[in-house]
Design a protein around this ligand. Structure first.
Ligand SMILES: Nc1ncnc2c1ncn2[C@@H]1O[C@H](COP(=O)(O)OP(=O)(O)O)[C@@H](O)[C@H]1O
Ligand SMILES: Cc1cn([C@H]2C[C@H](O)[C@@H](COP(=O)(O)OP(=O)(O)O)O2)c(=O)[nH]c1=O
Length: 661
């Protein structure tokens, strides 16, 4: 039984992964589970390599044998996944896991001993069936070992371990086959024995985890059939274009990686790289995937998720095309890393977007559907790609007196490249949220940007726009509307909302100040913001108020960054630092041609007195900022009536308002 949660003995936050691993029983299970995952991946590599060796030098037979092994590995999950869960729920979990590991070890040992292709195929299915029952037993025993608030972290560790072990597995496989080069096919046999050993050790390790119990009667879950999940999910997904695009794209990203795995063994043969080359290629794809999932969103944090998603898919397609055309193992390895990176980037941004696009009550069902769709696509790709490659075979075409030779694996990759690339381009066209902004400029600008801090208590709204656009007018109307709805409201402005700010405002806006250096001007505005955020905005948000500010960071980016001759990224860095990167939940941009806005006044302050050109640049800068992050902006045509404008602001704010009471 898990110890009840005691914050005194276990004060680490819930998401702390190390805190989960400090729980002894879970740590042991994790070691066992890590070993069997590692073994599983080595097994995949070894059995495909072995299937190829059994098929001999016949290119077609080799591809068919590999396709067979890969297909049979995924087939049991498709056919009997839910049944396996049902069976697992009725057995003693600890003994299921111990015996499951030992049985798998025995099957693996038997494969080189029997030494026929048929037995490789049969054993693959049998091992997979055992794995299918082992997996749910493991998943179900985790809640018995860790306290409830650490369950999510525990699941995260499990997921990372499952896929993360592919990379060390590739390294071990490559090392064994390299070391055993002189031994011929015996090297593969050794890899299979190593794999069997990981399972045996895993099984023995579980013997010591006595805390894993038998399933209680109340633990039986209703496992929906794959078919039902697919049908229910499908009807929702097909009705929503963005979600449909995402599901197709996520499956496409997986398929692109799967093509390389499925074709890898025969592909490297033509590169004269053999089994070690296969291990390297496999590791490169998985290493790239891990890098893409872990780092792409951070590296391209300024790029919109939709663009990253589509670009990742196109990138995977380009990678596949590269692999099919460049037949040299070192370059192919680098391309495979890049391909994995792109597919991983697409996968994470796709998952994030799905989470944002799908309403809460449908999310579980949609994610279940995506998982099933991905599995099905994986199974089909792993099986079909080698069969297609085998059917195409090795071909030589004579062009004049030169002969051009190509093989089925390379050609199949080219076909997959076209498919993945096309899916990416369609996703791009359907989902691009920044039409008119060139992609490469977006990528360049996105480097090194931080995602920003958005308040989670209260609501932070900024009004932006040029001179005389109506910000003061609208903020007054907004305060009244919010107060009528019972909200706590703080109306504030920049520059000059604090004592320090008043002095700074006096300096920076008084025409008597004359010309000051542009950097000094930028720093004075930034200092005003620092004081404003720290002493006024943050405390009010913390207390749950709706804070409306007349101008904020965008004004600095537009006036000092684009209006003046300063580098926009410098101005941005200074202002993000000054405001601790706090950003408005919504920025309302009142867009108005400068001459209309300035025409609403008679007197001019130091900034208003700038040239017409200056004010045009400011307006364009505001619009560009809004286009970069549409989800955090409302752009309004400020030539409309006061009431029309107010109504549009209210409609957009209504769903964002803090709950009262
Ligand atoms: N929608 C509108 N149409 C016409 N005039 C407006 C509108 N909104 C505000 N004004 C007028 O324009 C001038 C500038 O408005 P104000 O709210 O002070 O702008 P800002 O705060 O953006 O400088 C004021 O005289 C105001 O009465
Ligand atoms: C907040 C901020 C304002 N400004 C400029 C814009 C305005 O011309 C001036 C603010 O004066 P203000 O009289 O508050 O203008 P408005 O009524 O149009 O909002 O300061 C900057 O240049 N950088 C900034 O960061």
């Amino acid at each position: 039984m898990p110890e009840p949660y005691d914050p005194l003995t276990d004060p680490a936050p819930a998401h702390d992964l190390r805190a989960v691993l400090r729980i002894r029983a879970f740590r042991r299970l994790w070691i066992a589970f890590g070993l069997s995952s590692l073994g599983d991946w080595i097994g995949l590599l070894a059995l495909t390599a072995m299937a190829k060796n059994f098929a001999g030098d016949d290119y077609q037979a080799a591809n068919f044998a590999i396709g067979g092994v890969l297909f049979l590995r995924v087939l049991p999950a498709l056919v009997m996944g839910p049944v396996a869960g049902w069976v697992a729920d009725r057995l003693d979990r600890r003994w299921t896991m111990i015996l499951g590991d030992l049985i798998r070890a025995a099957f693996f040992v038997s494969i080189p001993i029997v030494g026929t292709l048929t037995w490789v195929l049969v054993a693959t299915v049998l091992i997979e069936i055992v794995s299918l029952i082992w997996g749910p037993s493991k998943d179900a025993s985790v809640p018995n070992l860790v306290p409830r608030h650490r369950l999510e972290a525990a699941n995260q560790i499990s997921l990372v371990t499952t896929y993360g072990s592919a990379l060390p597995a590739a390294v071990i496989f490559t090392a064994i086959t390299l070391a055993g080069r002189g031994l011929g096919e015996v090297a593969i046999d050794i890899a299979v024995y190593v794999n069997a050993a990981t399972f045996a050790v895993s099984g023995l390790a579980i013997i010591s985890v006595a805390e894993i119990g038998r399933a209680g009667a109340h633990d039986h879950e209703d496992h929906p059939t794959l078919w039902r999940t697919m049908v229910e999910g499908w009807s929702y997904v097909t009705g929503t274009p963005v979600v449909r695009g995402l599901v197709v794209g996520i499956s496409g990203a997986f398929a692109a990686g799967a093509v390389v795995i499925g074709l890898g063994r025969t592909y490297v043969e033509d590169l004269d790289a053999g089994d070690p080359g296969y291990g390297v290629l496999f590791g490169a794809v998985f290493g790239g995937l891990a890098l893409g999932m872990g780092f792409a969103p951070r590296i391209f944090s300024g790029l919109s998720r939709r663009r990253l998603f589509a670009a990742g898919l196109v990138g995977s397609g380009v990678g596949l095309a590269g692999l099919s055309l460049i037949q040299q193992i070192e370059i192919a390895t680098m391309i495979a890393i890049l391909l994995g990176f792109c597919a991983g980037a697409s996968w994470v941004s796709g998952q994030t977007l799905l989470g944002l696009e799908v309403p809460d009550n449908l999310r579980g069902r949609t994610f279940a559907f995506v998982q099933s769709a991905v599995r099905t696509v994986l199974a089909l790709t792993l099986a079909v790609a080698p069969f297609l490659a085998g059917a195409i075979g090795r071909q030589t075409v004579r062009v004049g007196d030169r002969s051009l030779s190509y093989n089925g694996a390379a050609l199949t990759m080219l076909i997959a490249a076209v498919v993945a690339g096309s899916i990416g381009l369609v996703a791009w066209r359907q989902m691009d949220d920044r039409p008119g902004v060139p992609f490469w400029r977006d990528v360049r600008k996105s480097f090194g940007k931080t995602p920003g801090v958005y308040p989670t208590t209260g609501l932070f709204v900024a009004l932006e726009g040029g001179e005389g656009a109506g910000k003061s007018t609208q903020s007054a109307l907004l305060v009244k509307w919010l107060e009528d709805r019972g909200q706590h409201v703080l109306l504030t402005r920049e520059p000059g909302a604090t004592d320090l700010g008043k002095t700074l405002r006096q300096i920076v806006l008084d025409p008597a100040t004359g010309d000051i250096s542009h950097r000094a001007e930028a720093l004075i505005y930034a200092a005003d913001k620092a004081e404003h955020v720290d002493s006024v905005i943050k405390p009010a948000l913390k207390a749950g108020s709706v804070v409306i500010t007349d101008r904020y960071v965008d004004s600095a980016l537009a006036y000092q960054g684009s209006g003046r001759d300063l580098d926009l990224s410098d101005v941005e860095r200074v202002n993000r630092w000054a405001t601790a990167d706090l950003r408005p939940n919504l920025t309302v941009l009142l867009d108005l041609a400068p001459k209309s806005g300035l025409g609403r006044f008679e007197e001019r302050d130091r900034i208003e007195a700038q040239s017409a050109d200056f004010h045009e640049r400011v307006r364009a800068a505001f619009l560009e900022l809004a286009a970069a992050e549409p989800q955090h902006y409302l752009v309004i045509d400020a030539t409309q009536d006061r009431e029309q404008i107010a109504a549009q602001i209210q409609a957009r704010l209504l769903p964002l308002l803090p709950k009262i009471g």
